[in-house]
Design a protein around this ligand. Structure first.
Ligand code: 173
Length: 323
């Protein structure tokens, strides 16, 4: 015991003598990418957060923003996090279903992230993300938004037969169940697809259609919105393990501070709906029983797709996200 203690102390003294003083509290820089475009509201808020993160994190931890889809294509971001090509990404589950199809289940969460942290769902997500994608699920800085169907052709009931709609995995099974022919594209290709008439509409959250100019090519928004828009920060698990306890604690603290601002989205939703109306986008609103059936179908089809693609993990996520 003595000898062991002596060896440890000895090694410590040696390390102290050999290493420069900063080695005790070495600042580390993590590389961050975004699957969403650089001018999107998601990235603008990310950048504001990173600025205070870096100001307060001097000597501890720093974030270096590499860029958005121009630096790394949207659907490649998940794999880059998994393999450690980058350390952290702002992305959404639908963009890395190639790694784990059940990632898209986060859109079906019934409770805010603060509650998910309290009720065990957050820990369950992390167990699954660790195992399946070598990722840490850091947190969810976007909430309270719903997804919508945007169209260039008028419909009077939830029937999309004969229409070609741009999707990601978020909307794919739902719009197909309503009869649509679907085409999967990254957000960066939506404008061109609309312009060329390759699609008659697209799925997107209530906010953000102005960021890439889609209002110019959009005639209608269909209400109600459905699901729970999920945009999160995920991190390579090995990079996380290499952090010191102090760095992890700092990252978590900053993540919580970011999530604490999520009420922003409630007012942004209203502002964006107003802006759409001002831009001449008409609302097609399903009401009463039709609206209920539309939403029930979205949920039913959403979970069915997750459970089919990933029975075991899908069931665990359903239990965690709907309690
Ligand atoms: O690209 C998308 O329509 C999509 O899946 C998504 C997911 C979260 C936020 C914004 C878009």
């Amino acid at each position: 015991m003595r000898r062991l203690l002596g060896a440890i102390l000895g090694a410590g003294v040696l390390a102290a003598a050999a290493a420069p003083p900063t080695a005790w509290a070495q600042e580390k820089t993590l590389r961050v990418v975004s699957a969403f475009s650089e001018n999107s509201i998601y990235v603008k808020r990310l950048e504001t957060w990173m600025k205070s993160f870096n100001d307060e994190g001097k000597g501890v931890l720093q974030l270096n923003f590499i860029g958005g889809p121009r630096a790394m294509p949207t659907f490649e971001v998940g794999n880059a996090v998994k393999t450690g090509v980058v350390d952290i990404a702002l992305t959404t589950g639908a963009f890395y279903t190639n790694l784990m199809p059940e990632a898209d289940a986060l859109k079906l969460a019934l409770r805010p992230i603060a509650e998910q942290r309290r009720n065990g769902a957050f820990d369950e997500i992390n167990r699954i993300w660790n195992e399946r994608a070598n990722m840490v699920y850091l947190g969810r800085p976007v909430e309270y938004q719903t997804f919508h169907l945007y169209l260039n052709k008028k419909i009077d009931k939830p029937d999309l037969s004969g229409l070609k709609i741009r999707v990601t995995p978020v909307y794919r099974d739902f719009f197909q169940a309503l009869g649509a022919q679907v085409i999967t594209t990254a957000p960066g290709e939506v404008y061109t697809a609309l312009e060329r008439g390759v699609v008659d509409g697209y799925g997107w959250p209530i906010g953000g259609i102005f960021d890439l100019g889609w209002q110019e090519k959009t005639k209608y928004r269909v209400d109600p919105g459905f699901y729970n828009v999920e945009v999160s920060l995920v991190m390579n698990l090995d990079a996380w393990k290499r952090l010191t306890p102090q760095q992890r604690e700092y990252l978590n603290r900053q993540m919580l501070a970011f999530e604490a601002k999520n009420d922003f989205w409630k007012s942004d939703n209203e502002a964006e709906a107003k802006r759409q109306a001002q831009a001449g986008i008409e609302t097609i609103a399903f009401r009463g029983e039709t609206a209920k059936q539309y939403l029930d179908k979205a949920n039913e089809v959403g979970w069915a797709a997750i459970l089919k693609a990933s029975p075991e993990y899908g069931a665990r996520l359903k239990a965690a996200l709907t309690k």
